[in-house]
Design a protein around this ligand. Sequence first.
Ligand code: 5RP
Length: 224
Amino acid sequence: MTQDELKKATALAALEFILPQIDKNTIIGIGTGSTANYFIDALAEHQDEFKACVASSTASTERLEKHGIEVLPLNTVSDIPFYIDGADEINPYFEMIKGGGAALTQEKIVAAVAKSFICIADESKWVDILGNFPLPVEVIPMARSYVARELLKMGANPVYRDSVVTDNGNQILDLHDFQITGARDVEQTINQITGVVCNGIFANRKADHLFLATKDGVKKIEQR
Ligand code: 5RP
């Protein structure tokens, strides 16, 4: 199976998981990225079975609306039973690195509101220790160089993601050579740097469920 086939398989497994648990009043939280796109496309076949979605990016909003699915502003919604999203890395504690698509801040906000975070990932994302994937940090543009110097002091190698502007009008630094142990603390420490909007460690709000697509099928993994 190709990686795209694995991504589609995990998205379909997550959909099968939520379908019996939703009704015409349900609002579903939607992530961003190619795996989330497979979920959106499959969800479109079930438009009559839920009320609307809340999306974590302009790209996902546009894809949902193209399918005719209503997308509500998060400020009008208080109850989101499920948030479905991919990850760049996920460890056995279901802590993740996200933000490869630069949507980390809105992803973290929608995930914070959701009761349950369902991670959909192919097996290339499964790691013991987070950090091989460069950790995205969203920064206020004028603070970029200052934040980069502070991150250097933490032992990371920050690289400016050239020409990328987030949906919030900010910039991204990707932290290379930065193995993450004690993810909850590292997440909070980076957030304390003035000028940081958000970083891509999802440890204080980690996933609740993981559907991991492998060559032997999609496995619902138990959290360590
Ligand atoms: C976007 C994300 C994505 O969930 C993450 O990058 C995984 O993407 P893909 O499903 O395309 O592999 O965090 O900001």
